[in-house]
Every structure is written in C-alpha cells, then in structure tokens.
Write a protein that binds this ligand. Structure first.
Ligand code: NAD
Length: 477
C-alpha cells in the first residue's frame, strides 16, 4: 500500500480526501505515494486549531521555544540523507542539492531559535512630562503559509522559523507537487511542538484558495506572480497581512573587463543549477561585444559537459524538471526562442535516459534581444538567453528593462562599475562577480516590482511581517 500524504490538524493525521499520485520525475514508473487533498472543512479545522493554540504558544517560556526550534533544526540536519533522498525523488533535484536544501532548512530553525531570545523592544521619552513610552512587538496570530515545489523544505523553513519564533501559529499549504517532503516535515514538527501550533493541509490551488481566504491574520506566499495576485486579492478581504515572493528574470551583465572563467562558471551555476528552477535563476546573460564570442564558446563547452540524469544517480549535475506540464512549458519556450530569432547553440530538446523522465539539457540561445518574450517571461527551466551590448550603460539599462526585480549580477573587475551597478540595478539583491542564485539566510531576501509584495523575508527583518507593534504609555502617578 502506497503512503498517503494527508493533513495534520491539531496534532492528528487525517488521510481522507481525493487521492492524487505523486510521480517521480526521474522515473515516471515510480510512484512516491498519494496526496490526499484537504477539504474546505479540513482547512477551516486547521485554522481553528491554530487559532486555539496561539495564545499559549505566544506565552511559552522563551528558552523552551528556543530549544524546540533548535531541536527541529538539529533533527532535519541529522536526517538530511533520508529527507534529501525523498526530496530529490519527488522533486528531481540531484541528491547533493536535496540534501543541501535539507541542511539549509535546518539552519533557518537554528537561526530563529536564537532569535527567540533577541526580542528586545524600545523605550521613548514622552513629549509630556512624567509619561513613559514602551514600544514592543507581539505575534500577529495565525499565519497561513503557501509554498511552491522548487524548494519544498527550505522555503517552508524560512517562513515557519520566524512565524514560530515570534509567537504565531501556522497552517502550511505546501505545493501539491511535493507532498512527501511536506509530510516528513510535518512529522518532525509534530514531534517537537505542542498540538495545534503547526498544522498542514495538502492539495492544490483550491486548498490554497481556501486558506488564503480563510480567517487567518497573515498570509505569506511564494510562487508565481499570477497566483500571488489571486492570493493577495483574497487575503485583503479579511485584512490579513500579505507577503508575496514571486518569479523573476534575473540578469548577469558580463563586462569586457570580467574574469572570463569566473563569469562562465558563475553563469553555468546561475542558469543551470536546480535545472534553472530557481526564482533567482540567471535567465538573461547580457554580454559585452568584445568578449561575447569567447564567452559563448566557453559557456557552451561548460553546458555540454554537464551530466543530466536521474536525481539519485551518482554524478548527476542536472536532474529532470519537476513535471510533464513544466517540461512541456519549457519546450514551448525553446520553440519560441527560435521563432523569435534566437540562435540555438546547445540543448533545445528533450533527452532520453535509462529511465523515462522529464529530462531537458542545458540550453543556450544567442542573438536574442530584450524585447523577446523569452527575455521577458519567466521560463523556470534549464534555458538561458544571451544578448550582446556595446557598453556598461547599455548593459545596465537592459538589465533594468524588466517587469521583475529579484536579483541581478555584474561580472567586472572595475570597482567603479561594480559600485554603480549595486546602486542603480533596480533589484532586491545585487551581486558582483557572483551568480544571481545562492544567497545567505541571515540577511533580508526579496525583490522589487512584480517579484515581491510586502515586507522582506529572512534574517531579523522577518519580524516586520510576523509581529505587530504595540506602543504603551504609562503615567506612574
Ligand atoms: P505556483 O504559483 O503555481 O504555486 C505556488 C503555490 O500556490 C502552490 O502551493 C499552489 O498549490 C498554490 N496555489 C495555486 N493556485 C492558488 C490559488 N488560486 N490560491 C492559493 N494558492 C494557490 O508556483 P509554483 O509553480 O509552485 O512555483 C514556481 C514559482 O515560484 C516561480 O514563479 C518561481 O519564481 C516562484 N518562486 C519564487 C521564490 C521567491 O522567493 N521569490 C522562491 C521560489 C519560487
């Protein structure tokens, strides 16, 4: 009997509901288990359980809360091989990345364990003599968290760590594409936290819609822009706080004075890591004309050398993409790149392996322009497009010519250009001589324009979303 991935409500598992098979994208004959989709009533029950548990959770002794979060982080790290294997099996990223993501998730819980003890308020002098003012932060209440499939354990961690540390209770709705990772995460959390503090509802957009329009106090979402718009519109009906982190079209500008080998390795990592299925993927490479041909040649060699294969096979550098529909969408963008006038230098079609899976090779198009749809729309696959520019100024303007704004990078040895780029690239993260992907966890993360809505995630700034300020006045008499 296959495992059922169901709901965790008030500390109890419920596995009724419509069942959907969870297919391994490296081998479509392998079913990882079945997701049991939550009903609207179960979503309401999960919210009620979180509501009932919240006041006591907010008042838990700080050191006890700290220990619980630390122990969650430690258990994830101790079990990183086992959990990373499940993650890679259902999502398709190579095992090293699945394991690495699990370790990364553990670090968030440990970071926010320490944050439990750093909840320090402010005091102010009053404009009225003899009056004292305190400014403190309190939990917002019940947080509804809706997450995507591409980092199923890390994104949940970077939302749950601060939500819990600052006294909120949770209903998590993970992606329907990665229910097994969410299930095992639920088991770990249920072991360490009081009943009702963490609740899990599994399923697709309908379940997410029930949560975002439910009686929660805050909704934090990561996913596509189109879903983010729907979620924000639903959550505002209840005046819930809203935080949306969404897609992007991240550029690397490669200047004529760049260290070319570093530029090539950074672009390979940024464009093809996790098969390009990262919100920070380097999908636009903007290259100075004087080094363009050499750069393209070296990048192509590097892309061809990447080993595509089963996520759990030794030596795999690119696993399959996550699902058949995702693969078909990426293939349609590959066809579009040609139609729009792009020149294919490597990749461009599905590849066959020993097992039947959704395998796509690293794909590069040259001769593209920024107004092409392939340079304006998020593709979310192992495909990157190169554009040629005559100057730094043209490169910067092209980088900024996008509706998104998550992360942007420049490869240069000029301090002047690097400094100017950091200031004038209109993105939430700017990087120098680094890929657009691969950011630290203890500092703010988020974008601009359509990439982001609401306060930043991660680091101590996460408290701006998960806490509400109170200003108290005292007349000691
Ligand atoms: P998606 O928008 O399709 O789904 C994300 C989540 O929303 C899933 O849990 C899904 O079930 C749920 N959902 C779908 N419709 C809904 C609705 N109407 N109401 C409520 N919930 C709904 O995104 P995806 O395909 O899972 O993930 C890929 C996207 O995520 C990409 O656009 C990527 O850039 C983005 N992403 C952004 C970041 C970031 O931090 N900026 C990080 C990772 C991924």
């Amino acid at each position: 009997m296959d495992q059922i991935f169901g709901q965790l409500i008030d500390g109890e598992w419920e596995s009724s509901g419509e069942q959907i098979p969870n297919i391994n994208p490296s081998d479509v004959t392998d079913t990882v288990g079945h997701l049991a989709s939550a009903t609207e009533a179960q979503v309401e029950d999960a919210i009620s359980a979180a509501r009932a548990a919240q006041p006591a959770w907010e008042d838990v002794k700080l050191e006890d809360k700290q220990n619980m979060l630390f122990n969650i982080g430690q258990e994830l790290m101790d079990r990183a091989d086992e959990i990373g294997t499940i993650l890679s099996r259902e999502e398709g990223k190579p095992f090293a990345e699945g394991r690495g993501e699990t370790m990364f998730a553990g670090k968030f819980y440990k970071y926010y364990a320490a944050e439990c003890l750093r909840q320090i308020g402010e005091s102010a002098a009053s404009v009225r003599p003899g009056i004292h003012i305190d400014v403190t932060r309190e939990a917002v209440g019940v947080a509804g968290l809706i997450t995507p499939w591409n980092f199923p354990i890390a994104i949940a961690a970077w939302k749950m760590g601060p939500a819990l540390a600052y006294g909120n209770t949770i209903v998590l709705k993970p992606s329907e594409v990665t229910p097994a990772t969410a299930h095992i995460l639920g088991e770990v959390l249920n072991k360490h936290l009081p009943k009702g503090v963490f609740n899990l509802v599994q399923g697709g957009g309908k379940v997410g819609a029930a949560l975002s329009s439910g009686k929660v106090d805050a909704v934090s979402f990561t996913g596509s822009v189109s879903t983010g718009r729907k979620i924000a519109a639903a959550a505002i009906q209840n005046m819930a706080r809203i935080q949306c982190e969404m897609g992007s079209k991240n550029p690397i500008v490669v200047m004529d004075d760049a260290d070319i080998d570093l530029a090539v390795s950074s672009c390979l990592h940024g464009a093809f890591g996790a098969s390009g299925q990262k919100c920070t993927a380097s999908s636009r490479l903007i290259v100075h004309k004087d080094i363009h041909d050499e750069f393209v040649e070296k990048l192509t060699q590097g892309a061809k050398a990447k080993r595509v294969g089963h996520a759990l096979e030794d030596g795999t550098e690119l696993g399959p993409v996550v699902s058949e529909s995702q693969m078909n969408k990426i293939l349609s963008y590959m066809a579009l790149a040609k139609e729009e006038g792009g020149e294919l230098v490597t990749g461009g079609e599905r590849v066959q392996k020993n097992t039947e899976g959704y395998y796509l090779p690293p794909t590069i198009y040259t001769n593209t322009t920024n107004d092409m749809r392939v340079n304006q729309e998020e593709i979310f696959g192992p495909m990157t497009c190169i554009q040629k520019v005559d100057s730094y100024e043209e490169g910067l303007a092209m980088a900024n010519d996008t509706e998104f704004g998550l992360s942007a990078s420049i490869m240069t040895q000029s301090l002047k250009r690097a400094t100017h780029f950091k200031r004038y690239a209109r993105f939430g993260a700017t990087l120098v001589n680094l890929p657009t992907a691969g950011l630290d966890y203890h500092v703010p993360f988020g974008g601009r324009n359509s990439s982001s809505y609401g306060p930043r995630e991660q680091g101590e700034h996460a408290k701006d979303f998960y806490t509400i300020m109170k200003t108290s006045y005292t007349n000691p008499g």
